[in-house]
Ligand binder design. Structure first.
Ligand SMILES: NC(=O)c1ccc[n+]([C@@H]2O[C@H](COP(=O)([O-])OP(=O)(O)OC[C@H]3O[C@@H](n4cnc5c(N)ncnc54)[C@H](O)[C@@H]3O)[C@@H](O)[C@H]2O)c1
Length: 365
């Protein structure tokens, strides 16, 4: 596995391409071409493996996540996913049977959601400056209210009762906060725990105790905000945040707010990480399959390209990740293209020009 390997930088990566449905193939097609361009520039190679899963595959075959596809994914260094979903598939089939199951099977315990305002992108708040909004939300991805504990009793009666239980283990919280603290160490040294410790006193207490201990071990400054206040601060004073660590539900909600503040779904990247490297991590744009615009060449591939950047960083190719980030910024600075094809052309032209310059000067940018 690539992550965690420290002796030699790996030079060949096996990456599963799971394009999925709707605009998924369109945006990950662009991201894949950009990764190939960066690979040529940076001296590594990618062995792409196609993974057919998604709504169409389910409709054609009845399969959601068969064992052979899961085994094939396990054999890869990473997965680049577009989006899965179609109005023809009942809600929950793919969310639970494919996406949530992959998170559990591959132990993808971190959901990484950077929120960065980029040049030329109108954020939701007029007064935000680029330097004010460049943060990362680290969301615990396997526990909390999404762990599946709970149920319904007395169904159909007036006393029908539904419960959802939030599961928080010391080990699960600790590994999440450790990842976030490591990230904070590499960035500004600032880590903010977001929770609701004044009301959710049991889970909140566990999270706060673990966060204090881990922050001390990693020597990062720990701040705390209640989740409702964090929403307010993200809008009114986002510069107070750099790395946010939070539980599954709060992270899900906060990261969509982060996406809204930084240009919307089309620009938002994400990674579902197994930092321990015991399986491949999955990288995907935050948006869904967007059936309303699928096949019309209108999808913005920036979120997918930036997700591929997170993937290269995770695989130990930070210079390649920086190339993709710079390419997106350069295209935005020149005025965002109106079509997916226009984006592809502009990104690849930038990456090719960068490669030529690097070749002339005898080194990488
Ligand atoms: N991780 C995933 O695979 C994932 C995530 C969210 C939704 N979905 C699925 O996607 C399907 C559609 O869901 P939805 O409509 O609620 O959310 P969506 O993100 O697909 O679309 C919401 C809105 O944003 C627009 N949009 C999305 N991506 C865009 C892009 N790259 N460029 C320009 N505009 C873009 C769409 O046109 C639509 O108006 C559903 O089946 C849902 O279950 C999948």
């Amino acid at each position: 596995m690539a992550a965690g390997a420290d002796a030699e930088v790996q030079t060949t990566y096996t990456i599963a391409h799971l394009p999925g449905d709707g605009v998924g193939p369109e945006v990950t097609g662009v991201a894949r071409s950009c990764v190939d361009a960066v690979a040529a520039r940076r001296g590594f190679t990618v062995d792409w493996r196609h993974c057919p899963l998604g709504a169409q595959h389910y409709l054609d075959t009845g399969e959601v996540l068969p064992d052979r596809e899961l085994a094939a994914l396990r054999d890869c260094d990473a997965v680049l996913l577009g989006a899965v979903g179609s109005p023809a598939v009942p809600p929950g089939v793919l969310e639970r049977g494919l996406l949530l199951r992959l998170r559990a099977e591959l132990d993808l315990y971190i959901n990484l959601r950077p929120s960065k305002l980029r040049p030329g992108v109108p954020g939701a708040v007029a007064g935000h400056r680029l330097e004010d909004l460049d943060l990362v939300i680290v969301r615990e991805n396997t526990e909390g209210l999404y762990a599946g504990a709970g149920g319904i009793v007395h169904r159909g009666s007036d006393f029908e009762t539904a419960t959802e239980e939030s599961l928080n283990t010391v080990a699960g919280v600790r590994r999440c906060v450790e990842y976030a603290a490591g990230l904070a160490q590499r960035r500004s040294g600032r880590l903010t725990l977001v929770h609701k410790t004044n009301v959710l006193v049991h889970a909140g207490d566990l999270w706060h105790r673990v966060a204090r201990a881990v922050a001390a071990e990693f020597e990062v400054a720990l701040d705390y905000a209640h989740v409702d206040a964090a929403c307010l601060y993200l809008v009114s004073d986002p510069a107070r945040f750099d790395v946010i660590v939070t539980d599954n539900l709060f992270g899900d909600i906060l990261s969509d707010l982060g996406a809204a503040l930084t240009g919307g779904l089309g620009y938002a990247p994400s990674g579902n990480l197994n930092p321990a490297g015991t399986g491949p991590s999955i990288f995907e744009p935050v948006h869904g399959s967007a059936p309303d615009i699928a096949g019309r060449g209108l999808a913005n591939p920036a979120g997918a390209v930036l997700s591929a950047g997170l993937m290269l960083d995770h695989l130990g190719q930070p210079a390649g990740a920086a190339d993709l980030d710079a390419a997106v910024n350069a295209v935005l600075a020149a005025g965002p293209p109106a079509s997916t094809g226009g984006w592809a052309e502009a990104l690849l032209a930038y990456l090719a020009a960068g490669a030529a310059l690097a070749g002339q000067s005898g080194g990488g940018a």
